[in-house]
Design a binder for this molecule. Structure first.
Ligand code: IPD
Length: 258
């Protein structure tokens, strides 16, 4: 965790400088609503260098550079240099650096760093989840009607909007509010910290959610795919919630798109 947090803090320096002058960044389009900027590439490069220096053999799964095998076949870093790139590029201050560590296919540590608010979320399997020094616990809300949930809107042309709109319609009838913040890693961090009572999204990539999954689990919450299984990194579906609301949310989503 110290290595991960140190790397995130170092990479955040260039990220904050670039956020101050987003209009000067080089931006290219990877998909209909999917962008990469020179800021993403800089952060990814710094993270790679720092993590490689500390653990030379580990492999990588990177949002921008893809899979890079390491000599150590057991360990792999899963990295999103900027989760919330669209926010970042529009000057919306909700984005973060996300780093997870996987050992033999199991997620064992996660760091989500929101540099503007200096919020360092971190968790290690079996050791709890923290926001800076404060121990995190998912919310205790029991009733859907009191819940505030986060979600993500699938990009047009990736999964189509219809299934999502059915989900949203079904969920909205039952909850106090639904939010779309624009960073899946922070959405999961918000579930871990109890700010949100749950979160769902589909069509998501492993680097968007890997670190956040560790945070939610270590804060006492549940994270699954839509079937209630744990193949979130493979099928890009994620449903998170506290122990009272996770199953009711799963039921609503399944009923929306049987
Ligand atoms: C995106 C964000 C967003 C989610 C998208 C992701 P990126 O990640 O997490 O909240 O709705 O599905 O792709 O592209 O900014 O790293």
């Amino acid at each position: 965790l110290n290595v991960m947090m140190g790397a995130a803090r170092k990479a955040a320096r260039s990220l904050l400088r670039d956020f101050g002058e987003v209009e000067n960044l080089q931006v290219s389009r990877k998909g209909p609503s999917d962008f990469v900027s020179s800021a993403d590439l800089k952060v990814e490069k710094t993270l790679r260098q720092e993590l490689k220096k500390a653990r030379p053999g580990f492999g990588f799964l990177l949002e921008e550079d893809g899979e890079i095998a390491g000599e150590d076949k057991s360990h792999r870093w899963i990295i999103d240099p900027i989760d919330g790139t669209t926010n970042f590029l529009h000057g919306i201050p909700n984005f973060c650096i996300s780093i997870a560590l996987e050992r033999d296919g199991e997620l064992i540590a996660g760091v989500v760093y929101q540099p503007l608010g200096d919020e360092m979320y971190h968790a290690e399997k079996g050791a709890g989840a923290f926001l800076n020094e404060r121990r995190l616990r998912v919310s205790a809300r029991r009733k859907m009607e009191d819940a505030v949930l986060a979600t993500g809107i699938p990009f047009h042309g990736r999964d189509g909007h219809e299934p999502f709109l059915r989900e949203l319609g079904a969920v909205m009838k039952h909850v106090a509010g639904v939010r779309r913040f624009g960073s899946a890693a922070l959405d999961l961090a918000y579930v871990a910290s109890g700010r949100c009572d749950g979160y769902w999204e589909c069509g998501i990539k492993p680097w968007d959610i890997a670190a956040g999954i560790v945070l939610v689990r270590e804060a006492g919450g549940y994270v699954t795919d839509y079937q209630g299984g744990t193949r979130m990194l493979d099928n890009g579906q994620v449903v998170a919630g506290n122990d009272h609301l996770h199953v009711p949310l799963l039921r609503l989503l399944r009923a929306a798109n049987p």
